[in-house]
Design a protein. Sequence first.
Length: 71
Amino acid sequence: MPRYVVTTHRAARASAISARDALAAEPDVTVVSSNDPHMVTIEASEAAARDLQAKLKDTHFVEPEIRRGLC
């Protein structure tokens, strides 16, 4: 399953709920890491990620996680 990073817009951090709280009740989303409540890594289908982008666009970014490694 693809991974995505959900972050709270920096300018909205004082007024918006955290990314962790925004994702708490979302179906088809598995939280992988939420040590920082404003930057959360999730696993979700592409369709679920698009829905999140549309729903949270004013306060949060939803972007694919990019993993790099030495092979």
